[in-house]
Design a binder for this molecule. Structure first.
Ligand SMILES: NC(=O)c1ccc[n+]([C@@H]2O[C@H](COP(=O)([O-])OP(=O)(O)OC[C@H]3O[C@@H](n4cnc5c(N)ncnc54)[C@H](OP(=O)(O)O)[C@@H]3O)[C@@H](O)[C@H]2O)c1
Length: 262
């Protein structure tokens, strides 16, 4: 790999991760692109190569499998790649009543959204600390700010991502390594389709485009900010829940999460 800095992006094949990859490629970074869709990643790598001369390592990996983070870290070590920026973006949401949802999928959600994110951070962080330089971007959600009936586990995973990120951002002060947590609200990507919540009020009320969300995250990451909520409306909503009774906030979150009955 070249002398350029390298960004490793999980979930780079679609949505916000793809738009983040575009921004890093534009700015001359080499890339490590991770997701399951190998063909899509190859196509993007070739697009970036043509447009910017970007060199990419593609790692087709199911990050909801235990051991996936260690595999990714091993592969970058073998290729002698220094990861300057780690972007933990891959994630998915399972919709439905917790008691009725498929348990296997529920646990995969926790593994991907929480465990792999934590594991990757723990694997790359010591190397960054040794170099006294590095940036980490963890993608949470505005779901992190309150409970979310009908997506209870998803909302809870994002609360973890936010609190974990803010905690270590504080621990890392003065080390040269920064941690930024990006909290998008509803965004037009594959996410809602995959979670089967396209008809949820939350999405009907308006969703941002993935490029704008990625730009907000990228700017905050480069500025070393601990947290960024993308979009003024989302920022306002996240602030407002702090002053309302929790049971009321949870009831409103349920209303917003409900999908249209077909
Ligand atoms: N869209 C929203 O409304 C919204 C709002 C707030 C937060 N977020 C968060 O933003 C992040 C990105 O989501 P998105 O909206 O861009 O959704 P998306 O379009 O569905 O993209 C998700 C990305 O994660 C990858 N991914 C999913 N499961 C994976 C697995 N098991 N192993 C490896 N990669 C996996 C997908 O790639 P493959 O399918 O190729 O594996 C894809 O590249 C997620 O953490 C999500 O929770 C989204």
């Amino acid at each position: 790999m070249p002398d350029h800095k390298t960004a490793l992006i999980t979930g780079a094949s679609f949505g916000i991760g793809l738009e983040l990859a575009r921004l890093f490629a534009r700015d001359g970074y080499s890339l490590v692109l991770v997701a399951r869709s190998a063909d899509k990643l190859r196509q993007l790598a070739s697009e970036f190569e043509k447009a910017h001369g970007t060199r990419s390592l593609i790692l087709a990996s199911d990050l909801s499998a235990p051991g996936a983070a260690a595999y990714v870290h091993d592969q970058t070590a073998r290729a002698e790649i220094t990861v300057d920026v780690l972007v933990n973006n891959a994630g998915f949401g399972q919709f439905g009543l917790f008691a009725e949802n498929d348990l296997e999928e529920c646990l995969q959600q926790i593994q991907l959204n929480i465990t792999t994110l934590t594991h990757l951070t723990r694997l790359y962080l010591p190397e960054m600390l040794q170099r006294k330089s590095g940036r980490i971007l963890n993608v949470a959600s505005t779901a992190a700010f309150q409970a979310g009936p009908l997506m209870s586990v998803y909302y809870a995973t994002k609360a973890y991502v936010l609190h974990f990120s803010e905690g270590i951002a504080n621990e890392l002060r003065g080390t040269g390594v920064t941690v930024t947590c990006l909290c998008p609200g509803p965004t037009v990507t594959e996410f809602a389709k995959r979670a089967k919540i396209l008809t949820a009020r939350l999405f009907k009320l308006g969703a941002m485009d993935a490029r704008t969300v990625a730009e907000d995250g990228y700017r905050a990451l480069m500025a070393g900010k601990p947290i960024v909520i993308s979009g003024f409306k989302n920022w306002l909503t996240a602030q407002s829940v702090r002053f309302a009774p929790r049971s009321w906030v949870t009831a409103v979150a349920r209303k917003l999460q409900e999908t249209r009955k077909e």
